[in-house]
Design a protein around this ligand. Sequence first.
Ligand SMILES: [Mn+2]
Length: 324
Amino acid sequence: METLFHKLTEVLSKYDNMIVMSHQNPDLDAIGSSMGLCKILTDMGKDCYIFLSNKNWKEYNSSVWQALTRVPEMKYLYPSTYSSVLKENTVLIILDVHQKERVEYPSLVEEAKSVIVLDHHIKDNSYIKETELFYIDSTMSSMVELIGHYAKFYGVNLGVLISTVMLAGMEIDTNGFNLKTTEKTFEMAAYLTSMGADSVLKQTLLKESKDDYLRRADFIKSSFIFHKNIAMCVVPVPNCAKESLAEVAEELLNFEYVEASFAIGELQENLVGISARSMGDFDVCEVMKKLGGGGHATNAACQIPDKTVKEVEKMLKKVLGEML
Ligand SMILES: [Mn+2]
């Protein structure tokens, strides 16, 4: 990590002006890491902005809206205001995503002369190619974990509010510190707590609406067990977000006897996605590879075009049947 931090600082030292942007429908990991990075860069004497596609914060989910409202001192840019800031010597730093079509505002990637990408997701073929620095570590729990270590490396005081948003972001990405956690994850959680991260405020940020909870509970209710310890759920609604499938798969792992879980849903017309999770003994990546996807042994996914969810369910069962 230290090598990366030296390299990052070296690249950043060439610029005075920077814009931080994450993915569409940002979550607390995206927003928390953006705020953390902006705080570090501002302390380094840089002019740093967070790019948001919606000027109306209410349009973001309630966690993000609350985080933005509680940390208003950051400098924010919007599609209508960025052109006065974006110059020849501006660097665009993309966090928590590495595909152009998934960032908050894709055309900014083309307009910026210089781009840095930092991410912790599994690398996809459609990654942003023209960058000055591209770093992905998919073993890392969250984007916050990396940015938090960068802050720690330079001894930057993140303050109570940003530390709280960051800790909440880690909690979201690790499903309550249960998934993808390593010693470094807990080290960072402890560090954020030492910076004053407030557990009551964190809990407030993480509250979800009863409707969202019930919607997910409905999906879980329709899930079933295949071959003793594999949980499967076919999400019955169209235009399902990849993140929602991941949430369902992660939640299914909480149930007794479940060793692996699969959530299937229609991502868009003619495209069905599967999100797969495992406790560790069962390699879900092998299963996803057989269906054209990939990932890690405990966390993998695939996308299948031109099939219905029912057909994909059958394909998945067939692959599993051959492997078990
Ligand atoms: Mn993340």
